[in-house]
Design a protein around this ligand. Structure first.
Ligand code: CUA
Length: 297
């Protein structure tokens, strides 16, 4: 898909460079040559020729040529019916400032800030928003699409090769718009199936002791973890430990990063909706962090 967009871009670039060169050449010639005396009727006739040629024929031909390039590329991104293997459906919802990702056909798997897809297969991404307008954009996979509250837009993608691609919200959506990064990973089809199965069968143990009490009283109100809690206002944490970043790209998801995020997320990402739980004793926070680190299917 990105290849198609790139082709249209290069075609436009090449074509309009040609237009620029031709128009500049005519313009320079017009300035350089000695004016010739013509009658009023001749002047009108010559002007009319230039208006029709340069003002109507040339733009019409240019636009038609570009449409011939553009329309098929645009069509290839539409979720039109296909024969054979059906596209994988994923649902991505924009939030201030994170991404909710669902796989409705695969046991309702939910994750956040990461989109795992099979390489070499069509993916229909259904996007919407829970609050303001965001925009789904993974530059190396091609087209960008707005995420509008109350509407669902669909765009079709395909990653030809396995790899990691960076997605970024591309519609200004508030102070942390820049910190709305989506980690996209395309896996070999077999690895993707393994990932799906592992996610489906993953049932983490609930946290115990003081950490468990605090998790249940606070974190669980907003966050869900499969089989443990079902909050629905914040990112699902079921596979948190398998994600490369915290806070939608703000900080690396390692032992250090997780503790820093829990203690200091307001300075890492000011304005984020998570309350600052700075009254929780350090060792309880450590207990919660230790448990969160086990959340890897
Ligand atoms: Cu979401 Cu910008």
């Amino acid at each position: 898909m990105a290849q198609g967009v790139a082709n249209v871009w290069w075609a436009m670039f090449g074509f309009f460079t040609l237009v620029l060169v031709v128009v500049s050449a005519i313009w320079i010639y017009a300035m350089w040559r000695t004016p010739r005396q013509v009658s009023d009727e001749d002047a009108i006739r010559i002007n009319r020729r230039w208006v029709i040629g340069g003002g109507i024929v040339l733009p019409t031909v240019s636009i038609v040529l570009l449409l011939l390039f553009g329309i098929p590329t645009g069509r290839s991104m539409l979720p039109l019916p296909v024969e054979g293997e059906q596209p994988l459906r994923v649902e991505v919802t924009g939030h201030q400032w994170w991404w909710e990702v669902r796989y409705p056909d695969d046991g309702g798997i939910v994750t956040a800030n990461q989109l795992i897809i099979p390489a070499g297969r069509l993916i229909d991404v259904h996007v919407t928003s829970a609050d303001v307008i965001h925009s789904f954009w993974v530059p190396r996979l091609g087209g960008k699409i707005d995420m509008v509250p109350g509407r669902t837009h669909v765009m079709r993608y395909q990653a030809d090769q396995p790899g990691v691609f960076r997605g970024q919200c591309s519609e200004f959506c508030g102070t942390q718009h820049a910190n709305m990064v989506l980690h996209v990973e395309a896996l070999e089809e077999a690895d993707f199936e393994r990932w799906l199965a592992a996610r489906r069968n993953f049932s983490p143990a609930a946290p115990t002791g003081e950490a468990g009490t605090v998790f249940e009283a606070r974190c669980a109100l907003c966050h869900s973890v499969a089989g443990v809690s079902d909050g629905n206002r914040a990112p699902d944490l079921t596979d948190l430990a398998s994600r490369p970043y915290l806070g939608a790209g703000v900080i690396a998801n390692d032992h250090e990063g997780l503790r820093r995020w829990l203690q200091d997320h307001k300075s890492l990402k000011s304005g984020n909706a998570m309350p600052l739980h700075d009254d929780i004793p350090g060792e309880t926070l450590d207990g919660i962090a230790d448990w969160l680190e086990t959340l890897a299917p």
